[in-house]
Structure formats: C-alpha cells, structure tokens
Design a protein around this ligand. Structure first.
Ligand code: HEC
Length: 119
C-alpha cells in the first residue's frame, strides 16, 4: 500500500502530461472556422413574370396550366404564334379573356419573353 501511495501522484502526473499533449494544437493552425454559408437568395422574378403574376395568373394559373375554364397556355401551338399575334391577343383579348391594352410595350415584350421560357 505504501508503495502504491507513493507512485500514484507520479502516474497521475504522467497521465496529465499525456492528455495535455493530446490537447495541444496540432500545428499548422490552418483549421480556420468557416463562416456558415449564406442562405441562397430567393430567385428574383423577371419583369415578365411580375406582369404575368399580376395580369394573367389568376386565370391561366401560376404555371400557365389553365384552371379548367381558362385554357393552359404552356403549349407549343400557342408559343409558336409570332410575337405580333401574341401582342395583338394580349392587347385586344379573346372571347372571355379581357384586353390588356394598358400594358406598356415593354411590359408586353417582357411578358412574352417570360411566356416563351415556360413552354
Ligand atoms: C379573366 C381571365 C383571363 C385573364 C386575366 C387572361 N386570360 Fe388569356 N385567356 C382567357 C380565356 C378564357 C382564353 C380563351 C379564349 C378563347 O379561345 O375564346 C384565353 C386565351 C389566351 C391565349 C390563347 C390561347 C389559345 O388557345 O389560343 C393566350 C396566349 C393568353 N390567353 C394569354 C394571356 C396572357 C398573356 C394574359 C395576361 C396578360 C392573359 N391571357 C390573361 C382568360 C384569361
């Protein structure tokens, strides 16, 4: 027992030394804490999409899919209409579709560009 009591502090000291060594910085110092990556910004809407949301989506649907009464317009035959035909349709309306004569030329241009990305 006497012998054990005498070496106990020594064992403790060795253990402490080992653990201090293990905790020491491992040289290099190149482990720089990374800043959390910024959350991706919400994709911003194109000008044409904004016009569509405001003027057309309530009938033709957010994704141009139609709503049962209103035809879907994400169709090749609609989009193969030339810009002039589409402009005229938007400006004058058709059947139950109202005319959108108040849209500016630029808004109609943006709108048609947006529609063409959706087909
Ligand atoms: C009040 C509901 C309503 C709104 C708002 C509306 N439409 Fe329409 N749209 C219709 C209906 C109904 C038709 C089908 C007309 C027909 O063939 O008699 C139509 C037809 C169309 C067509 C032709 C589809 C085809 O088969 O020939 C296009 C293109 C179109 N709309 C685009 C738009 C755009 C672009 C807007 C926004 C500026 C818009 N519409 C807003 C109801 C709407």
């Amino acid at each position: 027992l006497t012998r054990l009591t005498r070496i106990a502090p020594l064992v403790a000291a060795i253990a402490l030394g080992v653990s201090l060594t293990a905790c020491a910085p491992s040289g290099g110092g190149d482990v720089v804490p990374q800043a959390a990556p910024a959350a991706p910004a919400a994709p911003s809407k194109s000008p044409g999409e904004i016009v569509f949301d405001r003027s057309c989506a309530r009938c033709h649907g957010q994704r141009l899919e139609g709503d049962g009464k209103t035809p879907a317009i994400d169709r090749g035959d609609v989009m193969s209409l030339g810009d002039q035909r589409l402009r005229l349709l938007i400006a004058t309306g058709k059947g139950k579709m109202p005319a959108f004569g108040k849209l500016t030329d630029q808004q109609v241009t943006d709108l048609i560009a947006y529609l063409r990305t959706m087909v």
